[in-house]
Design a protein around this ligand. Structure first.
Ligand code: GAP
Length: 486
C-alpha cells in the first residue's frame, strides 16, 4: 500500500547521510535532477558492477559496450523516437500546468479504494492502448479530476509531447537550427544497435549473443516526481540479446525469468515483485512486460523486458543504407541448409540504475523501536545486502590513545585493498555504531585495551546488533565471506 511518509523519510535520510542531494541545491534545485553523495555513489557503483558482472562475466555470450551519448541525429529518426517518443499530455487552462495523462489519473486514484482505483486504471490503460485521446479527456472530466495548482477541471484536449532533449552540435552557425540539432539519448539501446555489426564481427560473436551497456539517458519528463524514481537525467543498464527470427518468444521468456532471479538475488522477497504485461506496446515491440517492485508509493516499474523484433536493425539498415545482416552458418534441420543471411531479432532487458538504488533504499530502510522503560530509542538502519553496502567495515579504536589507533590502522591497511572501510575515533562507541547503521555498514570492529593483551577485537553485526570477540586476524575473512551475492 502506498506510504508517502516512508518515502519522505527515505528522501530526508538520503540527504542527511550523503546518499542523494537535489541538484544545484543552493540555487533551489533543478526539477527531477539529483546528485549522488559519498555513500550514494558507492551504492550505485556496487549495483552497477553487480549487474555488469551478472551480464558480461556470467554469460560467455554477452559482451560490453560504452557508446557515446551523442549520436547522429538520423539514429533517432530511424529508431522512431522523433515521431513516436511522446506521451499524451493535458494542460490545465487556468494554471497553465501540463500533466502526463497517466500520472494525473494515477495521482487521482491514490485516494480511491482499491477496487475503484483498479477499475479506473484499467479503463485508462485501455484508452491509452487505443490512442483514444478524446476518451482520456472524458475520463478526466467525468471523474472531476482537478489540477493540483488551480483546483479546476478546465482542461485542454489531450496531445502528444516529445520527451527528447535537443541541443546544438559544433560551433558553426546555420540559418536552419535543425542543421546542428542533436539529441541527448533517451535510451542507451540505440548505441548498441548501431554497433551491432562492429561488435559481432570484431568479437566473432555467434547468434544468440548479447551486448550490455550502462550509461546516462535523458528524458524531458513532464511530471517528474517520486524522488529518483522519475528523473530527467538518469542511468540505464541495458542488454540487447540478438536471436534467430522465430526464437524470440523462447528468449523473451528466458530473460523474464533470468531477470527476476537477478532481482531475487538482491535478497528481496518474491512477494515484493510482480510482472506487468504491456497492453499498449511501444512502437518497436511485439511482447513486453515490466518487472514491478512494491515501492513506498505502490507497485511500480523498475525494469522492462521487451521483444523488439527486428524493428531497430531494419530501420537502421533502411536509413543508413548499410546492411545490418548476420550470416548464420548453422544448419536449419527443416531445410538441411544453412540458415543464411538475416536481420536478427532482439530481446532487450532494460533496468534503471537510479530506480534500482531507490528500490534497495526502500527495501533496506527500517526504523527499529529499541525503547526501554527509561528511554525512548529508535534505531534507523539500512539493511543492505553486505555485497552492495557502501562501506563494508568500520574500524573504531575505543580511545584515541594507548596505542589503540595504531592497531586500528594496521587493520585498516590490511582490509582497505580488499573492500571499502571507514575509520573513526570520535564519540562514544554506541554513537559510532548508530552512524554506521544509518549508512548500512554490515560490520563494525572495536579495538580496546584487551586487544593489546590477546589480539581479540569486538565485531558488531549490523542487523542483529550482536557482538562477539574474534581474533583480529579473522576480521578480514569474516567480511570477505559476507560479500557474496545472496
Ligand atoms: N530501451 C528501452 C527503454 O528505455 P523504458 O521502459 O522506457 O525502456 C527502461 O526504460 C527503464 O529505464 C525503466 O524500467 C526505468 O527503470 C528506467 N527509466 C525510464 N525512465 C526513467 C526516468 N525518467 N527516471 C529514472 N529511470 C527511468
Amino acid at each position: 500500500m502506498a506510504n508517502e511518509n516512508t518515502l519522505q523519510d527515505i528522501i530526508g535520510h538520503c540527504k542527511e547521510y550523503g546518499f542523494v542531494f537535489p541538484s544545484s541545491e543552493i540555487y533551489d534545485g533543478l526539477g527531477a535532477v539529483y546528485d549522488y553523495g559519498q555513500y550514494g555513489v558507492e551504492l550505485k557503483r556496487n549495483i552497477r558492477d553487480y549487474w555488469w558482472r551478472s551480464m558480461t562475466q556470467m554469460h560467455d555470450n554477452i559482451v560490453g559496450l560504452d557508446a557515446a551519448i551523442f549520436m547522429h541525429p538520423t539514429v533517432w529518426k530511424a529508431s522512431g523516437h522523433v515521431d513516436n517518443f511522446s506521451d499524451p499530455m493535458i494542460d490545465n487552462k487556468d494554471s497553465k500546468k501540463r500533466y502526463r495523462v497517466d500520472h494525473l489519473v494515477e495521482g487521482f486514484v491514490e485516494n480511491l479504494d482499491q477496487e475503484k482505483a483498479d477499475a479506473m486504471i484499467a479503463s485508462m490503460e485501455a484508452l491509452l492502448a487505443a490512442d483514444d485521446f478524446a476518451g482520456l479527456k472524458k475520463l478526466i472530466e467525468d471523474n472531476h479530476i482537478k489540477c493540483a495548482v488551480s483546483g479546476t477541471c478546465n482542461w485542454t484536449d489531450v496531445r502528444q509531447f516529445n520527451l527528447m532533449f535537443a541541443t546544438e552540435f559544433g560551433a558553426v552557425a546555420s540559418d536552419n537550427p535543425d542543421d546542428n540539432k542533436v539529441y541527448l539519448r533517451p535510451e542507451t539501446a540505440q548505441g548498441i544497435f548501431v554497433n551491432f555489426l562492429n561488435v559481432q564481427k570484431s568479437g566473432r560473436m555467434k547468434i544468440p549473443f548479447g551486448i550490455a551497456q550502462t550509461g546516462k539517458a535523458f528524458r524531458n519528463e513532464i511530471v517528474a516526481r517520486g524522488f529518483i524514481f522519475r528523473m530527467r537525467e538518469f542511468e540505464q543498464m541495458e542488454m540487447q540479446f540478438f536471436v534467430r527470427p522465430g526464437t524470440q518468444k523462447q528468449w523473451y521468456e528466458y530473460w523474464k525469468e533470468a531477470r527476476m532471479q537477478w532481482h531475487l538475488s538482491l535478497g528481496i522477497s518474491p512477494a515484493k515483485y510482480k510482472f506487468h504485461d504491456h497492453l499498449k506496446l511501444a512502437h518497436y515491440a511485439d511482447m513486453a512486460c515490466d518487472i514491478e517492485y512494491d515501492f513506498p508509493m505502490g507497485f511500480k516499474e523498475v525494469e522492462g523486458v521487451h521483444s523488439r523484433t527486428d524493428f531497430d536493425l531494419t530501420q537502421h539498415q533502411e536509413f543508413s543504407k548499410k546492411k545490418m545482416q548476420y550470416f548464420d552458418a548453422d544448419i536449419d534441420p527443416e531445410t538441411g541448409k544453412a540458415f543464411g543471411n538475416y536481420i536478427p531479432y532482439v530481446v532487450e532487458t532494460s533496468i534503471g540504475l537510479d530506480r534500482t538504488v531507490m528500490m534497495l533504499l526502500s527495501e533496506a530502510y527500517q526504523i527499529e523501536d529499541l525503547s526501554t522503560e527509561e528511554k525512548k530509542d529508535d534505531r534507523v538502519v539500512l539493511k543492505f545486502p553486505a555485497f552492495l553496502a557502501p562501506i563494508k567495515l568500520a574500524v573504531f579504536p575505543l580511545t584515541k590513545k594507548d596505542g589503540l589507533p595504531e592497531i586500528a590502522n594496521e587493520l585498516m591497511n590490511e582490509c582497505r585493498p580488499l573492500f571499502k572501510c571507514f575509520y573513526e575515533e570520535k564519540d562514544a562507541i554506541g554513537k559510532r555504531y548508530r552512524r554506521q547503521d544509518a549508512i548500512g555498514t554490515p560490520f563494525c570492529v572495536t579495538i580496546d585495551h584487551q586487544t593489546k593483551e590477546d589480539n581479540m577485537v569486538t565485531i558488531r553485526h549490523r542487523d542483529s546488533m550482536q557482538q562477539e570477540r574474534v581474533p583480529i586476524s579473522e576480521v578480514k575473512n569474516i567480511v570477505m565471506h559476507s560479500l557474496q551475492p545472496l
